[in-house]
Design a binder for this molecule. Structure first.
Ligand SMILES: C[S@@+](CC[C@H](N)C(=O)[O-])C[C@H]1O[C@@H](n2cnc3c(N)ncnc32)[C@H](O)[C@@H]1O
Ligand code: SF4
Ligand code: SF4
Length: 355
């Protein structure tokens, strides 16, 4: 402790410039914040109509809008002292927020790392510049197919060529600015309808100069989805071969292909880790995890159910600590950390089932 104090004093002497000093101590303080990340839904509006998305009619019952910038600042000030990273994601497209650069820059000014997931349809030169200059750390683009027809049948209203052009535009802007960030990755919802193109998407990563492809299993909202899409209810030999082929191509091209599990296990600890993460809706409601962003209808193992609204508190009305320390919320986190006493919605969730 004495040694640490001595080191800090020495560092303060060394850093004579006041801005450098602010950054140095700000960063030191930020890495000691207790929670890994929060996801903020700055936009619950979207220009696409993906067939997998819980935005589909009849799935969620809540209104979906853009987060007002005043709400963002209030939420940010309430939670930034507790989190190391921010993920700009929700039931919409974050790049549709007209003040997205201001949103990112504010978080960065408070020493919070900023990441986002995007559908890749909105990327003018100006937006690319804004993402770079605001300090965005990483962005994952969702690509649910390796062929135009498949991609466009899943990501309705998106154009395969245009999304690729947009990703290249951001890469070129980074190269022109001589910067490494934002790091770019691709993401994919892996299903029976696109698994045979997984190797193709790995090749696309290579062509685009992207090192990471993250594949996730599909959550199902309707009987039809459950019967036709998931790979975790049993795979054919051809589907297994497609995954093996993708792994082989990834090894050859040195692409980091991240795959989920494909065998449903008994309910256990949640891999989303609600003890380290939480989400905030466009209205400032704090909810415990990405799967409970909004209430929704779902189908799991043939049964149709409803995931009820799971607000722990509203950050415009209540302080973060008061919400975080509520006994029911603490019990929810404990159950998900241990896997014991999980609520039904968690038992039905892929993140407690190892897939
Ligand atoms: C709801 S979107 C929001 C971000 C952005 N609009 C996008 O599509 O990338 C977040 C992620 O969820 C994925 N997703 C959509 N439907 C899904 C489903 N049924 N199961 C699992 N992930 C899903 C999307 O592909 C995307 O990567
Ligand atoms: S782009 Fe994202 S938010 Fe929009 S419909 Fe598709 S998955 Fe949903
Ligand atoms: S297991 Fe529960 S806490 Fe974890 S992501 Fe699923 S619904 Fe959320």
């Amino acid at each position: 402790m004495v040694e640490l104090t001595r080191k800090l004093k020495r560092a303060a002497q060394l850093i004579s410039d006041s801005e450098e000093r602010r950054v140095y101590f700000g960063q030191r303080q930020a890495i000691r914040r207790p929670l890994e990340s929060a996801w903020i839904e700055v936009s619950a509006v979207c220009n696409l109509d993906c067939i997998t998305c819980p935005r589909q009619e009849g799935i969620t019952t809540e209104p979906l809008k853009l987060m007002p910038i005043e709400t963002y600042y209030q939420v940010a000030d309430a939670i930034f002292p507790y989190i190391r990273n921010l993920n700009l994601i929700g039931l919409g497209e974050s790049l549709m927020h007209p003040q997205i650069d201001e949103i990112i820059a504010y978080a960065k000014s408070k020493f919070v790392g900023v990441n986002m997931t995007s559908n890749g349809t909105i990327m003018t030169d100006k937006i690319a510049q804004k993402l770079i200059s605001s300090g965005l750390d990483s962005i994952a683009f969702s690509i649910d197919g390796g062929k135009k027809e498949t991609f466009e049948a899943i990501r309705v209203n998106a154009r395969f060529d245009k999304v690729q052009r947009n990703i290249r535009r951001l890469m070129e802007a980074k190269a022109a600015a001589g910067v490494q960030r934002p790091w770019i990755a691709l993401g994919l919802v892996l299903m029976k309808t696109n698994v045979d193109e997984l190797a193709e998407v790995v090749r696309l990563c290579h062509e685009l100069g992207i090192k990471t492809l993250n594949a996730e299993n599909v959550f199902t909202w309707t009987e039809e989805m459950e019967q036709t899409l998931p790979l975790y209810n049993g795979m054919t030999a051809a589907e297994e071969a497609a995954i093996e082929e993708a792994n082989k191509v990834a090894r050859e091209l040195d692409i980091n292909l991240e795959l989920p599990g494909f065998v449903l296990k008994d309910p256990g600890p949640c891999s989303y880790r609600p003890q380290d993460h939480f989400v905030v809706t466009w209205e400032g409601d704090l909810r415990p995890c990405c799967n409970l962003f909004h209430p929704y209808q779902y189908v799991f193992q043939g049964e149709k159910k409803f995931a009820h609204e799971a607000t722990m508190g509203n950050l415009l009305q209540e302080g973060f600590k008061s919400i975080w320390n509520k006994p029911d919320y603490a019990a929810f986190r404990k159950a998900n950390e241990t896997g014991i006493g999980l609520p039904e919605v968690c038992q039905d969730c892929l993140f407690s089932r190892g897939v």
